[in-house]
Design a binder for this molecule. Structure first.
Ligand SMILES: [Zn+2]
Ligand SMILES: [Zn+2]
Length: 132
């Protein structure tokens, strides 16, 4: 079950990749996004309320998995969605990503996250099916 399936669509949605000028907190993993780091800032109107979500570069790389496999996920809920999907599909990469995310990506670089996403079997199957 994908969180995105039950989610309200935003009436207005604006996503920008920015460089942090001051410290922010990632709304997915909770780590601090330090000044100078790239992050994604989303501003949207959901059900008449404006919300802003910040996503660190690591979480943004993981978000790509959800974009391809599920058609997206929920802002602020990606970790829970990942947990569900790991339980459902039981693929080792998803478990590793979950452990790394829960550890706020400590000691991991973004490239490692991208590699795990790209080598995930489900991700590859979906991409191959679309290309066929
Ligand atoms: Zn899904
Ligand atoms: Zn994060």
């Amino acid at each position: 079950m994908c969180m995105i399936d039950d989610a309200d669509m935003a009436q207005v949605y604006d996503s920008q990749h920015l460089t942090a000028r001051k410290a922010h907190t990632c709304d997915e993993c909770g780590r601090e996004i330090g000044p100078g780091e790239r992050y994604n800032r989303v501003r949207g109107l959901w059900d008449g309320h404006w919300s802003v979500f910040k996503t660190c570069a690591h979480c943004d790389a993981l978000w790509h998995w959800f974009d391809v496999v599920c058609g997206g996920t929920l802002h602020g809920g990606m970790g829970a969605d990942l947990q569900d999907h790991w339980g459902e599909y039981g693929q080792p990469n998803l478990g590793r990503l979950l452990v790394m995310m829960n550890d706020k990506w400590r000691g991991r670089d973004v490239e490692q996250v991208r590699d795990l996403v790209r080598s995930n079997r489900l991700y590859r199957d979906v991409r191959a099916a679309r290309a066929a």
